[in-house]
Design a protein around this ligand. Structure first.
Ligand SMILES: O=c1nc[nH]c2c1ncn2[C@H]1C[C@H](O)[C@@H](COP(=O)(O)OP(=O)(O)OP(=O)(O)O)O1
Ligand SMILES: [Mg+2]
Length: 486
């Protein structure tokens, strides 16, 4: 087994994110691959056989496709039902969340009275009691099923005021029962920790079984000499769900809860049924390739798409390497040129979505010049020369009205072409102003700001620019377009 392979983590849905959050904090060198079985959650009401079957499918996927070196069952219900079976059948180490939580609670309790909140499945399995009694047979254990808490977290309502009231109500009996330690026996519950803490009071020790599990993982890695010796950045962690790719509930909760700087790499698995046996397969998601050689444009487009919040992996053209042919922009309209760019790239990346922009500056007094010739007005992509030519041609001319146009063309496998246009009106200055941006930005004055594009911040420009407006327009039609076909 290669010690630099990833650690797999499986869960019924989103709860295990509390475990991966701790893991990312405490195990900086490891790479994690997480599966949340969101299509079949919650596991609480499922039969033991069902939970065993589902956890096996996830384990098999991670072992055969991702070569994981260790499996963590980041779910109490699944641990209660399936840990021993998985430990027997798999050749890699398997760690669950119950034993570490039980052990920590036993160490923490002084009056030997421990409370547990968990799903009904975990409570009924008595898995915590069994473990706790292994460390001390005389400890009193009070268990309470809290399936509602799971639903509230899964519905992303864990910060709502109404949820606080429910938590306060449900946990009131524990206050009277004399426990001094409370196990959060469901990985969803740490998301409710502030409310739980308020409900039981600060003198009670809360045990987060997920957090305790990290110690068990560390011990196991040490014992088997499986610590990764290369530093993995946790931006390399991958998150799978079994829901449809357009269901972004998991991503919303994960982004909010994990609070990582970079966008999370959330992918999807489909449950493939071949008769009696089911297995999981990755749904390959097309990328959105930006068909432009202009890095300034790419930066603007990425920032705006990010603001719009589209759920696609955005890839710049240079990631396709040397296979990209030269594109001769000989169309007579922006749309013709943008279409040519998009279609050329679609030929070499037929399974992806391709977005192209053709844009330019049209000056009223020059009958719309340079227009489609903007990039090669004076010299090919020579911004200096192009700007000089505009200034020379407009010398002595008082009418300075002009407009930038961006025409976006989006194509994709079995999709009709989607076109979106954005324009912005402005005035051509008599000299260059500002250092930001590119192309004709230093000459294009936006009356609303009384500044040229080159004097605006990137964000300010994107709010009003031709490209920003075209992308807003595209964003309106995108969800519909992604669903449809030809
Ligand atoms: O926001 C803008 N701010 C300043 N200038 C701009 C802008 N938008 C377009 N322009 C000018 C630059 C270039 O002279 C021409 C675009 O030519 P255009 O062929 O669409 O782009 P490009 O050749 O730079 O990159 P590519 O074709 O690979 O996307 O218009
Ligand atoms: Mg071009």
């Amino acid at each position: 087994m290669n010690k630099n392979n990833p650690i797999g983590m499986i869960d019924s849905g989103v709860g295990g994110l509390t475990v991966i959050k701790e893991a990312q904090k405490q195990l900086p060198n490891e790479q994690f691959i997480f599966i949340g079985d969101t299509a079949r959650m919650p596991y609480g009401p499922r039969t033991t056989d069902e939970v065993i079957a589902y956890t096996f499918q996830m384990a098999n996927y991670l072992i055969t496709e991702k070569q994981i070196k260790m499996l963590v069952i980041a779910c109490n219900t699944a641990t209660a039902c399936a840990l021993t079976v998985l430990q027997k059948k798999l050749t890699i180490p398997v760690i669950g969340v119950i034993q570490p939580g039980a052990q920590a609670a036993q160490l923490a309790t002084k009056n030997k009275t421990i409370g547990i909140i968990a799903t009904d499945g975990t409570v009924n399995s008595k898995a915590y009691e069994l473990q706790i009694h292994q460390y001390g047979a005389d400890t009193k254990v009070l268990s309470q099923g809290e399936p509602d808490f799971v639903q509230l977290v899964e519905a992303n309502k864990y910060q709502d005021h109404a949820t606080r009231d429910i938590v306060m109500n449900h946990l009131a009996p524990f206050k009277a029962a004399g426990i001094d330690t409370l196990i959060l026996g469901c990985t969803h519950f740490p998301l409710l920790e502030p409310f739980i803490r308020e409900a039981v009071g600060k003198q009670i020790t809360l045990i987060d079984s997920g957090r305790e599990t990290i110690y068990a993982i560390k011990q196991c890695l040490n014992k088997l000499a499986l610590n990764s010796d290369i530093k993995h950045n946790h931006d390399e962690d991958i998150y799978y769900t079994t829901s449809d790719s357009d269901d972004d509930t998991f991503k919303v909760i994960a982004t909010n809860w994990l609070a990582r700087i970079h966008e999370l790499d959330v992918r999807h698995l489909k449950i493939v049924d071949n008769g009696t046996l089911q297995h999981l397969e990755e749904i390959s998601m097309p990328r959105l390739i930006l068909a432009s050689n202009n890095q300034h444009k790419i930066i603007e487009i990425e920032a705006i798409l990010n603001d719009i919040g589209i759920n696609l992996t955005v890839t710049p053209l240079n990631s396709l390497g040397d296979s990209v042919p030269e594109i001769i922009e000989d169309g007579t309209t922006f749309e013709e040129n943008a279409t040519k760019k998009a279609m050329t790239i679609a030929k070499i990346a037929p399974n992806d979505y391709i977005l192209a922009d053709d844009s330019g500056l049209s000056i009223d007094a020059l009958n719309g010049e340079p227009g489609v010739y903007s990039a090669r007005y004076a010299g090919d992509h020579d911004d200096q020369a192009n700007n000089d030519k505009v200034l020379n041609k407009l010398e002595g001319i008082t009418s300075r009205e002009a407009q930038f146009t961006s025409v976006l063309v989006l194509v994709g496998p079995n999709k009709p072409k989607l076109v979106a246009t954005g324009t912005v009106r402005g005035l051509i200055t008599d000299q260059r102003y500002g250092d930001n941006g590119f192309g004709y930005d230093p000459l294009f004055l936006v009356p609303q700001f009384d500044k040229t594009f080159a004097q605006l911040t990137a964000n300010e420009k994107n709010q009003v620019s031709h490209r920003g407006l075209a992308l807003q327009e595209l964003g309106k039609h995108l969800p519909e377009w992604l669903k449809g076909g030809v």
